[in-house]
Design a protein around this ligand. Structure first.
Ligand code: TRP
Length: 440
C-alpha cells in the first residue's frame, strides 16, 4: 500500500506547529491571561503544557505514526478490536464542533483585515470600535460571508495531496508568521510605558491561582496544542518513518509556546501603555488593538500586519481541523461500495461545516457552548482516552511496543513517559473534571 507522507521532517514540524499556533495563541491566550490576573495564569499554563502537553502530543504522534491511519482507523489498527472506536467518533465530533465556532472567529479576522486594508478604523476611539465590533458580529449575512471565505480557502488547500497542499503552504506561512510577530513585538516594546504590561504578564502572584484558573489553563493547553481530538494523530500518520517523535513534540511545543508568549508581549505592553483594560474578553484583539494602532505611528501598517498574521495563524489551524474530518471520512468509506476520495470528502465536510457555522452565527449560545464543551469536556475526555489507551492497553517495549522504533528516547525518559501516561495525566484530568462538576 502506498502511503502518503510528508516529504521532509521540517514540513511536518511546520504543519503541526501550524495546527497548534492559531487563534488560540493570538486571540484567546491574551484575553484569558487578561481575565485571570496575568502572570499567575501564565505559570499554571506553562505547568499544564509540561505536564499534559508533552506526553499527550507524543501519544498522538505515536498513535498516528505507528498505525499510519487517521483518527478513524488508528485505534482499531493498534488494538485489533473495536472497543476503542468511540474515541474515533469523539475526535470527529470534536473537530466538527470546533470548526463551527473557529471558522466564525477566523471570519472576524478576515473581516478586520479587509477593513484594516481600507483604513476603516481611522479616527475611531474605543467606543466607536466597540460599537463597530458589536455591529459586525450581529450582521449575520456579513459574518456568514466572511466565515465562508476561510472555509473555501481551507478546502482549496486540502483538495491537493497533503505534501502538495498542507506541507508546502505551512513551510512558507509559519516562518513568515514568526517573522511578523517578532517585528510587531519589537515595535510595541519601544512604546513608553510598555514595562507595566510586561510586569502584568510576567509577575507571578500566587494568590491569584484558583481552581477556575487551573481549569481554564488546562482547557487552553489542550486547545492551543491541538491535543485531544486526533489532529496530531492525523499528522502523525504522515510523519516520515525516520522522524523522531519526542524531538518533534518538543519542537512543536516550543514553537506554540513561543507564539503565545509573543502574542502576550505584543498585546499587554500596548494595552497598558495606552491605559486600556486587559480584561476585555473575546473582543480584546478586535477592539483594543485597533484603538491602540490608531494612536501609534504607522497605524495603517500595524493594523494590516497584525490582522494578516492573525489570518495566517488561523488558516494553518483550520487546515488541520478540517484535515481530521477529511481523512476520517475518506478512510471510513474506503471499504464501502462508493468510497470517497479526498476531493469528495472535502466537499462534504465543507458543506457540514457551513451548516455548523450558520447555526453558530445565528444562535449565540451555540457559539459559546461549542467553545466550552470542546475545551472543557471533549478534548480532555479524548486526551484521557488516548492516554489510557497507550499507557495501559498497548505494549510499550518489545517488537510491537509503541516506543520501540523511537531510538532517540532514552530508557529513563521512556519510564517517565509511561508513568505520566498511566498515572499523572489521567489523574489530573479526572481531578480537574470532578472539580469543575463541583464534586471536590
Ligand atoms: N491549536 C489551534 C489554536 O491554538 C486550534 C486548533 C487547530 C485545534 N487544530 C486543533 C484545537 C485541533 C484542538 C484540536 O488556535
Amino acid at each position: 500500500m502506498s502511503k502518503t507522507t510528508f516529504s521532509s521532517k521540517i514540513g511536518l514540524i511546520m504543519a503541526a506547529a501550524g495546527s497548534a499556533v492559531g487563534l488560540g495563541n493570538i486571540w484567546k491566550f491574551p484575553y484569558i491571561v487578561g481575565e485571570n490576573g496575568g502572570g499567575a495564569f501564565l505559570v499554571v499554563y506553562l505547568v499544564c503544557v509540561l505536564l499534559f502537553g508533552m506526553p499527550l502530543i507524543m501519544t498522538e504522534f505515536l498513535i498516528g505514526k505507528r498505525s499510519g491511519k487517521s483518527a478513524y482507523g488508528a485505534f482499531r489498527a493498534l488494538s485489533g478490536n473495536n472497543r476503542w472506536q468511540w474515541l474515533s467518533w469523539l475526535c470527529m465530533l470534536t473537530a466538527l464542533l470546533i470548526m463551527g465556532f473557529y471558522f466564525v472567529v477566523t471570519g472576524w479576522c478576515f473581516n478586520y483585515l479587509a477593513e484594516a486594508l481600507v483604513n476603516a478604523f481611522h479616527g475611531m476611539d474605543m467606543n466607536g470600535l466597540t460599537a463597530h465590533f458589536t455591529q459586525m458580529t450581529s450582521n449575520l449575512p456579513r459574518t456568514i460571508f466572511f466565515s465562508a471565505l476561510p472555509v473555501v480557502m481551507t478546502a482549496a488547500v486540502l483538495w491537493f495531496d497533503v505534501n502538495k497542499g498542507i506541507e508546502r503552504l505551512s513551510k512558507i506561512l509559519m516562518p513568515l508568521l514568526l517573522l511578523m510577530m517578532f517585528l510587531m513585538a519589537g515595535r510595541v516594546l519601544m512604546l513608553d510605558g510598555s514595562n507595566i504590561g510586561m510586569q502584568f504578564f510576567f509577575r507571578f502572584d500566587f494568590s491569584q491561582i484558583t481552581p477556575k484558573v487551573v481549569m481554564e489553563a488546562m482547557g487552553q493547553c489542550f486547545f492551543s496544542l491541538s491535543i485531544g481530538m486526533g489532529a496530531l494523530i492525523t499528522y502523525g500518520a504522515y510523519m516520515p518513518k525516520t522522524q523522531d517523535v519526542p524531538r518533534t513534540s518538543v519542537e512543536v511545543i516550543i514553537l506554540d509556546t513561543l507564539v503565545a508568549l509573543l502574542a502576550g508581549v505584543i498585546i499587554f505592553p500596548a494595552v497598558f501603555a495606552f491605559g486600556f483594560n486587559p480584561a476585555e474578553g473575546p473582543q480584546l484583539v478586535f477592539v483594543v488593538l485597533p484603538a491602540i494602532f490608531e494612536q501609534m505611528s504607522f497605524a495603517w501598517l500595524s493594523a494590516v500586519l497584525f490582522f494578516t498574521l492573525l489570518c495566517i495563524a488561523a488558516l494553518t489551524s483550520t487546515i488541520s481541523l478540517m484535515e481530521v474530518s477529511v481523512a476520517f471520512l475518506a478512510e471510513a468509506t474506503a471499504k464501502l461500495k462508493h468510497p470517497m476520495d479526498r476531493q469528495k470528502s472535502v466537499l462534504i465536510v465543507s458543506a457540514v461545516v457551513m451548516v455548523l457555522i450558520i447555526s453558530c452565527v445565528c444562535v449565540d449560545s451555540l457559539f459559546d457552548a461549542f467553545d466550552e464543551i470542546t475545551s472543557c469536556i471533549m478534548m480532555p475526555l479524548g486526551a484521557l482516552g488516548m492516554s489510557l489507551f497507550v499507557g495501559w492497553f498497548l505494549p510499550q517495549d518489545g517488537e510491537k511496543g509503541m516506543l520501540s522504533k523511537e531510538k532517540a528516547i532514552k530508557r529513563w525518559a521512556r519510564k517517565i513517559f509511561v508513568f505520566f501516561l498511566r498515572w499523572i495525566v489521567p489523574a489530573a484530568i479526572i481531578v480537574i473534571f470532578l472539580n469543575s462538576l463541583g464534586v471536590l
